[in-house]
Design a protein around this ligand. Sequence first.
Ligand code: PLP
Length: 414
Amino acid sequence: MNSTEHPRITGPPTPAFVIDKSALDILVNRFQDALAQHWPNSVMSYSVKTNSLPWLLTYMKQQGIWAEVVSDSEYRLACAIGYEPNQIVYNGPIKSRRVLRAALRNGSLTNFDSNREVRWAAELAAEDPSLDVRVGLRVNWDLDALCPGESTVVGERSRFGFDYTNGDLEAVISRLSDAGASVVGLHMHRNSRTKSLQVYQAAAGVAAEIISTLDLHLDWIDIGGGFFGSLDDTTMFADYISCIRAELEPVVDPRRTRLVIEPGGSVIATPVELHAQVLDTKDIGPQRFVITDTSRTDIDPLFRKQASYDIATEAAHGTSHPEQVLAGFTCMEDDRLMVLKDSPKLLEGDRIVFRRVGAYTMTYGSSFIEFQPAVYVLDENSLTMVRRPGGVEDYLNGNMWAAGQPPSADAPPA
Ligand SMILES: Cc1ncc(COP(=O)(O)O)c(C=O)c1O
């Protein structure tokens, strides 16, 4: 190739997400193998909020992976995809009484995170003594005390779970057992800065301490998600599970107590790319602004990333520019995706591929200025569209006033 020629990157019309199925297969199989090797009596449940694309939820279900949900809407979505209640892990502090009661009756693995759930479960157990109400509790534990610098809420405590150190957790256990319900699970999820093995050692260590101090006999220990995943690191998933097992083995029998994991980003971040295109370039002062047909609303929806994406571009080799600002399609000044220093110059029409953008992107889907990009799956060199690009028709269909018709009395639909 001549040095000023543009390297061609193939892909669908832009903007579009592309899921590389072979990369997804590798990461999912690797986690399943790690569990099979180190804790065969386990449940892998995929964190629906991380990316709830229906194609992906169906794919996970086909792999025998459960759905981990944190709202009634996610619970209903999992059911609509075809998950049975007993393949759903139901978490989070905002469950409704109605869905919670159904989940407990129908065998969903349910971890409590609020006082009202405790009250509702006690009511249910008292109301129907023949029902075996078995629940888990999310534990609030001090990550920063055990792993300084790891907490994502600096200088403050997490707001999730029941505090073990102030006696709340024990009080909730007593309250439930007095009402005839049993606490048979602990949920330890924490996000962390580095996702290191020490964080999981600490989570499992706290669980082990609670189990032995309170003499608990558990059906499950749910260690949560937050793992690191990369195609290059072939042993990390196995390292996580074996270090969790080493902490817990002295206090539980892994043949009786299931390990539950809830991976999200570790399996879906890497396999997804966003393909975009340069719409225009402008030289202003020392900077060259490269306007694209994507936006931070697509790949950095919380406008939080100090972005340095792993990208591929069709920029011509040999012509470099000191500072190119990749900018989004919105009218917001801070819709700047990243700055390229001393990099090949991008020109109108060049494709830019942002790699590893599958987690916490599509689920924040925005209709700000532009509708959501299409999604394609790449499988053995063939691309299949699994979500069409958002459009005015869909938007109007979802808005009941669109055709000048007021919502009917029983709207919105349940
Ligand atoms: C309870 C729970 N489980 C699982 C996850 C998934 O985490 P990740 O996508 O980092 O694996 C989260 C994310 O915050 C969570 O809150």
